[in-house]
Design a binder for this molecule. Structure first.
Ligand code: MRU
Length: 342
């Protein structure tokens, strides 16, 4: 396969490399990813993370395994193992459905390679279009708040919500960004802070619990988040903590936007209650770990509830900013998400 470079994926000499998102920002560790069990481990530990990136890494690995001579039935098994690596983001399932169709073709090695590279190119283009539509909603002097990480690390392109912020900043309309640290795994504090710093976009990092008082002080003009799955009625699953921001935004009269590619829409999911929510290990909540080591502060036997995502009901969302355009609450009421978006 040809060489390829995105912020967090590389193909070099027919091998997949991933930028370890658990080591950032203290270290930029590129890790080789040779087989399915290695990639599944990277995905489960969030070294590879973000809805679009999970799907792209799985697709690229399948194509490389095919090029290395893996048999068709083994590739089928590999594909289903990768599909089960994380349940909430629908992009993984969508990408693998396309890879599965390529795998049925007579020249499946060529078809898989072409499809995986097409998915990467498409993702870059989707990010660009989201940014173009989203930036029209950002007014001059905006102080924007974002949650989790939705940038170049999580996609093959400039990102979704962060892509919008980046484009609006280039247009001179962003005064500053409030970055929610995003407990428990700190994607905001570690990854979004790092990305915005690299882009020279002014930001201040806050603990998740500080967002409410900032809104009460009228220091937030709009909230921009990404999505892992958009249900047929417009409900959105995204990183845990997104729902509380949406409730706060409604109370304070602040626009709350969801930026995502149309491929994050899942017409098979009737509403948010039908979206599978990943439950994660207790140690993410009982303490913290990273490239700096691990600390536990909770009692050894503390009982923990740790869903990785929550669901924001459609009625709290001011706009679904997709590559195909901005979907308004009225359009959602009229059932636009129930029809397949093209
Ligand atoms: O658990 P993560 O870090 O993979 O969760 C990521 C998010 O919730 C993002 O907001 C979402 O995947 C969109 S990334 C463009």
């Amino acid at each position: 396969m040809q060489s390829l470079t995105t912020t967090s994926l590389r193909i070099r000499e027919n091998q997949l490399w991933i930028l370890d998102q658990q080591a950032l920002p203290q270290r930029s560790d590129w890790r080789e990813c040779r087989d399915v069990s290695e990639l599944v481990d990277h995905i489960r530990t969030l070294r590879v993370r973000g809805a679009p990136l999970i799907g792209l890494s799985a697709s690229l690995l399948l194509a490389l395994l095919a090029e290395q001579g893996m048999a068709q039935d083994e590739l089928h098994h590999a594909l289903e193992t990768l599909r089960a690596s994380r349940p909430t983001a629908v992009n993984l399932m969508n990408n693998l459905d396309r890879m599965k169709a390529a795998l049925q073709q007579a020249d499946y090695v060529k078809a898989l390679t072409e499809e995986a590279l097409r998915l990467v190119d498409e993702d870059k283009a989707l990010c660009d279009s989201i940014a173009t539509h989203g930036a029209t909603l950002v007014t001059p002097g905006s102080r924007l708040l974002t949650h989790c990480n939705t940038g170049g690390l999580a996609t093959a392109g400039i990102g979704t919500a962060i892509g919008v912020i980046r484009r609006a900043h280039e247009q001179g309309n962003v005064e500053q960004v409030w970055v929610d640290e995003t407990r428990p795994l700190l994607q905001g504090g570690r990854l979004t802070a790092w990305e915005l710093g690299e882009l020279n976009i002014p930001y201040q990092l806050i603990c998740d619990s500080m967002a409410a008082s900032l809104m009460a002080q009228k220091r937030v003009d709009a909230i921009w988040v990404g999505a892992d799955r958009i249900a047929a009625n417009g409900d959105v699953a995204n990183k845990i903590g997104t729902y509380s921001l949406a409730v706060l935004a409604k109370y304070h009269g602040i626009p709350f936007y969801v930026a995502a590619p149309h491929t994050t829409h899942d017409p098979q999911c009737r509403n948010g209650a039908a979206i599978p929510i990943e439950q994660r290990t207790a140690t993410e909540v009982t303490g913290v770990s990273g490239s700096f080591g691990a600390v536990q502060w909770a009692p050894f036997n503390a009982q923990v509830y740790n869903p990785a995502f929550d669901v924001t009901p459609a009625e709290l969302i001011s706009g679904w900013v997709l590559d195909v355009g901005v979907v308004t609450p009225d359009q959602v009421q009229d059932g636009i998400f129930r029809q397949a978006l093209s």
